[in-house]
Design a protein around this ligand. Structure first.
Ligand code: HMG
Ligand code: MG
Length: 302
């Protein structure tokens, strides 16, 4: 399986974008710094999107400016268009992520345009980013199913992934936005997309709605994928994907990988401590099974 996986922590963005309780800029910064302290090498800190669409991400500029101690950590932010790009640059972003979908209906609901229009919108963003020396990641949503259309043809996912790759994204993150995938489908998808985008430039972004995410990740790793998006405590969801729960929990991913002898650089107890603070702020226990188990162990030891 190889000995190293890169984890992209998306809790402060994908996680908090869906929370009803507003989390202050100071608390978001403290959460991100705690995640960096736990050893995460990439933490998605926010989104430069419409405040009407996602009010939870308002203040992403102040969050990005406020995070300290990130010399060894990348801080990507979501950018949907040139307006978002300009705001991200004013706040000093060095790494951005554009986001498309493999489903026309989801694209319309999420970013109010067709897939083709979204690619046209990203073109000038990629051109400007290249000129500014800013790296761009590309997301494809609904790769294993859509909340509006159900099954999505594999060819549609391959097409969008290839378009983002051809535009100049350095990494394509495949989003099972509603967590409906199962391992054999995940494996086939990775194999299909890997025929057009190098496997070393693919990432798996799996939500865990049906409890399949770890198994899907394992299947993707068997295909050679070594980048995993996850969220501390299993935070997350998308307001435009009704009923979907959070990303696979970072704690659960780290525990599985440690058990396989695969290095992540993440300190599990420190990660759980960061999750526990956020969990108190949002007022519910972490969805992560590993965080729950480690918290129970600490209570018994006391
Ligand atoms: P629109 O309404 O088509 O945009 O929204 P518009 O260009 O017509 O502008 C409408 C208004 O929005 C204007 O303001 C603009 O200034 C403003 P008004 O004149 O009405 O006051 N506006 C902006 N404001 C701030 N930042 C911007 C921006 N752009 C326009 N960048 C738009 C199109 C894309 C902006 C909107 O639909 C949007 O912001 N959508 C964001 C959706 C989102 O963030 N979804 C969650 C993230 S995606 C996700 O979670 C999936 C992922 O995790 C992978 C997976 O799990 O699959 C990544
Ligand atoms: Mg997501």
């Amino acid at each position: 399986m190889g000995d190293r996986v890169r984890i992209v922590e998306v809790g402060p963005r994908d996680g908090l974008q869906n929370e009803k309780v507003p989390i202050s800029v100071a608390d978001r910064i403290a959460f991100i710094e705690a995640l960096i302290g736990a050893g995460l090498e990439a933490v998605e800190v926010g989104a430069f999107v419409s405040p009407k669409a996602i009010p939870q991400m308002v203040g992403s500029d102040a969050v990005l400016r406020g995070v300290r101690h990130h010399a060894n950590c990348e801080l990507p932010v979501l950018v949907p268009n040139e307006k978002g790009y300009e705001a991200s640059q004013a706040a000093g972003a060095r790494l951005i992520a554009v986001f498309a979908a493999a489903s026309e209906s989801f694209s319309r609901a999420n970013i109010n345009c067709s897939i083709a229009e979204s690619i046209e919108r990203f073109k000038p963003v990629l051109v400007r980013a290249k000129a500014d020396g800013v790296r761009v990641r590309g997301y494809v949503s609904c790769v294993l199913g859509c909340p509006y259309e159900g099954e999505i043809p594999q060819a549609a996912v391959v097409d969008v992934a290839r378009m983002l790759w051809d535009l100049g994204c350095y990494e394509i993150s495949l989003g099972d936005t509603i967590g409906v995938g199962t391992p054999v489908k995940a494996r086939h998808l990775l194999r299909a997309v890997g025929g057009h985008v190098p496997m070393g430039n693919l990432a798996m972004h799996f939500h865990d709605t049906y409890g399949q995410a770890l198994a899907n990740l394992y299947a993707g790793m068997e295909e050679g994928c070594r980048v995993i998006d996850s969220a501390a405590g299993g935070l997350g969801g998308c307001p435009y994907a009704p009923g979907a729960t959070g990303n696979v929990a970072t704690e659960d991913v780290v525990y599985m990988l440690e058990g396989m002898g695969v290095a992540t650089g993440v300190d599990l107890p420190r990660l759980v401590a960061a999750t526990n603070v956020m969990s108190r702020l949002i007022g519910r226990p972490p969805l992560s099974r590993v965080a729950a188990a480690l918290n129970a162990k600490v209570r018994v030891a006391k």
